[in-house]
Every structure is written in C-alpha cells, then in structure tokens.
Ligand binder design. Structure first.
Ligand code: GAR
Length: 216
C-alpha cells in the first residue's frame, strides 16, 4: 500500500514509520512526504531515506480549500492510498477529509477524547492526571476526532514538566503509530458504524482500540 505522510516539523513519527516500512513483511511503503513548512526537519529525514518529498507552503495559497486541493492533487499523482498525518499542524477542510475518509490516520499525543488541540502535556499536568498517552485514529472533520485504532498509556511521574512528559509520550508514539498503521494496512482494523473493529488472524472481530499498556 502506498502511503503519503504529512508533516510540519521535526518528523520523529515519520522516522518511526520509515523504520516500520523497512521491516520484513510490512506491506506499506512511503511514496511521498509532504510538508506545509519549507524548513521542516522531517524533510531531511525523508530525503536521507530516499523518499520523494514535496513542500506545499500554505502561505502561498489564498484559502484553506486551494491549499488542500493542491495537497490532494499531489497525493493522488503519487498514487497514495493512505495518508498518515505525523505532526501535521494544519486543520484540513471538510472536503479534503471527506475525500480521504477511512484512508487517513492521525496521531495525537493524548488519550483522546481528553486534551484535544495544542499544549496537551501542559494541560494534562495542570489537570493533575496520573495517566496520559497517545492515540491513533481515523481523521474526521472535527479536530482530533474520529474512530480510534489504538491507544498507549503513559504515566505522569512526580516532578514531570511538559517537556519530560512530552518525551515519554513521544517514545510511546513511535511504537504505537507503526503498530496501528500495520493493522490498517493488513486489513486488521476496519471502520464499522464509526467504531474501529479489530480482526484477528482467524477473522474473529473485537472492538478497538487496541490498548498498549503503560510505557514507563
Ligand atoms: C507529535 O507529538 C504528534 O503526536 C503531535 O505533534 C508531534 C510531532 O512530532 N501531533 C499533534 O499534536 C497533532 N494534533 P514529530 O514531528 O517529531 O513527529
């Protein structure tokens, strides 16, 4: 399956997906990486791995719709079948999201539906939660919403700052995203009635999300 990865910055989740695609038996390959920021560090990660990259700078477009139309055109031209948002910090138009319905995944650094949006780790600390984590979900027009494929739990430890907590959650993200992507690529995670159903090797169905226990 040909995958398109959308990034805006550092690209550590992209790097995790690149490593996963190199594993024997992984049936996806990254056909294109698109950044909306020309200086995103993730572009160099893709280039070093020999993956085609494209910058589509949102500042060059008059509207969200024209930017998204160019994004869509580039993904289709590269034969992309599944889009993975990996630290892509642009809100996508409803039209784009509908075109890629059930063919677009996102990773978010919290246990959704808690802490949607930005500054999640500071907000988790401020709220006094003991457990946070990360979520991979199919994308829907509402921000950080959509059927959940997999979640990993991460403890909040005494003395944590937003930075130490972010680093611990990021480690979990790098495990979770490849795992969730593999389930989708292998047809082992499917959306039914706006819930993800997991299908095991003998075809038995269980409700998602796949739960990954706490990463210390
Ligand atoms: C990751 O923590 C990802 O979950 C988050 O941005 C970071 C990107 O890091 N995404 C969101 O907050 C989207 N709502 P990366 O560029 O190193 O993968």
């Amino acid at each position: 399956m040909r995958i398109g990865v959308l990034i805006s910055g550092r690209g550590s989740n992209l790097a995790a997906l690149i490593r996963a695609c190199a594993e024997p038996g992984f049936r996806g390959r990254i056909a294109l990486v698109i950044s909306n920021r020309p200086n995103a560090e993730g572009l160099a990660i893709a280039e070093r791995a020999g993956i085609p990259t494209l910058t589509i700078d949102h500042k060059n477009f008059a509207s969200r719709e024209t930017f998204d139309a160019e994004l869509d055109r580039a993904l289709r031209a590269a034969g992309v079948e599944l889009v993975c948002n990996a630290g892509f910090m642009r809100i996508l138009s409803d039209g784009f999201v509908e075109k890629w319905r059930n063919h677009q995944l996102n990773i978010h650094p919290s246990l959704l539906p808690a802490f949607k949006g930005l500054h999640v780790h500071k907000r988790a600390l401020d709220a006094g939660v003991r457990i946070t984590g990360c979520t991979v979900h199919f994308v829907r027009p509402e921000m950080d919403e959509g059927p959940i494929v997999a979640q990993a739990a991460v403890p909040v430890l005494p003395g944590d700052t937003a930075e130490t907590l972010a680093a611990r959650v990021l480690e979990a993200e790098h495990k979770l995203y490849p795992l969730a992507l593999k389930l989708v690529i292998d047809g082992r995670a499917r959306v039914t009635d706006e819930r993800v159903v997991l299908i095991d090797a003998v075809g038995a169905e269980t409700p998602a999300p796949l739960f990954v226990p706490a990463v210390q």
